[in-house]
Design a protein around this ligand. Structure first.
Ligand code: BDR
Ligand code: CA
Length: 309
């Protein structure tokens, strides 16, 4: 089994990603670390525990992390995710405790304790916790097997500004640390997540997927209603589960090993992922940048795994 740490700011799509991981025997979730992003840290930490309890896994360690970006004020996205960050399903408040210890310490300590290059980090939000851990303990970079993250956009326009995707925009300094870290990276940008649309038929399949299916359909239906108006497409992108799906089934995705740099200076293009897709520079590749997926295969995987819970 593959050991992973999920770093997250739930978020409906983060929640589906957590469920996919907890339902999949191929991965062992060593812990979940929370970060401020879609909503403030108190709510993302609450929401991660709501999701663990929904999955019947109150034993999972949920560590609270950074409550603001490395060098900027926090920007949140209640306009997308609702005031709780997890609107769309009516679930009880969590009773499981928040685990002792800051998320950044948990990440550092776990990477030092586990066998070298055995752990994949799966960030689903701003990269604040990951970059803080690497900056504070540079020795861990060489111990990480890979970082598989949702963030960025290149051929697809941005979703928080015309040129930036939300996760990278919120903490571009953190993203810069991660992209310069030398750790093998897989990037799931908007280019691929906007090909993973929750249509009405796919949402209906979620609703019928066992005990937790109705909650999942509530979340993705909430998301969809919003985005129908915004994008004019049938269904909204289901971003974050792409990260876990890539770990489970990389054969569902295609991309290129390319150079990706992060814009941190310009107010106009803050957080842009400048991706050298055509190889027009001599900058060395630092990421596997995913561009396409088998969307039917992705939704079939999600539905089948959610039904197991
Ligand atoms: C990303 O931003 C958040 O709103 C989602 O959870 C996802 O991680 C998409 O840009
Ligand atoms: Ca997220």
């Amino acid at each position: 089994t593959q050991s992973i740490i999920i770093d997250t700011d739930p978020g409906q799509d983060d929640a589906v990603a957590i469920l996919l991981a907890l339902a999949s025997p191929e991965v062992r979730v060593l812990g979940i670390t929370t970060v401020a992003g879609n909503v403030p840290l108190g709510l993302t930490t609450r929401n991660a525990r709501v999701v663990c309890e929904l999955a019947g896994r109150p034993d999972v360690a949920v560590h609270a992390g950074c409550d603001r970006p490395m060098a900027r004020d926090l920007v949140t996205a209640e306009h997308v995710h609702g005031n709780t960050g997890l609107d769309g399903a009516d679930l009880p408040d969590p009773t499981m405790p928040v685990a002792d210890g800051h998320a950044v310490d948990f990440i550092i300590d776990t990477l030092r304790a586990e066998p070298e290059r055995s752990v994949i980090l799966c960030p689903l939000g701003p990269l604040t916790n990951i970059a803080t851990a690497i900056s504070r303990a540079p020795d861990i970079a060489g111990r990480i097997q890979r970082i598989v993250l949702m963030g960025g956009a290149y051929f697809q326009v941005g979703n928080i500004t015309p040129t930036a995707e939300f996760n990278i925009y919120v903490d571009p300094e953190a993203a810069k640390v991660v992209f310069a870290s030398g750790v093998p990276l897989t990037v799931l940008p908007l280019d691929v997540t906007h090909k993973a649309l929750t249509t009405r038929a796919r949402n209906d399949a979620f609703r019928a997927a066992g005990r937790v299916g109705p909650a999942v359909a509530g979340w993705t239906g909430f998301f969809e209603r919003f985005d129908m108006a915004k994008y004019g497409s049938e269904g909204a992108p289901l971003h974050d589960p792409c990260v876990i799906a890539w770990v489970l089934r990389p054969d569902l995705f295609t991309g290129r090993e390319i150079n990706v740099e992060i814009e941190v200076e310009s107010p106009l293009t803050r957080g842009m992922t400048v991706a050298d897709w055509w190889g027009v520079t001599d900058r060395a590749a630092n990421a596997l940048f995913i561009g396409d997926l088998d969307a039917d295969g992705y939704y079939a995987l999600l539905t089948e795994r959610i039904a197991r819970l």
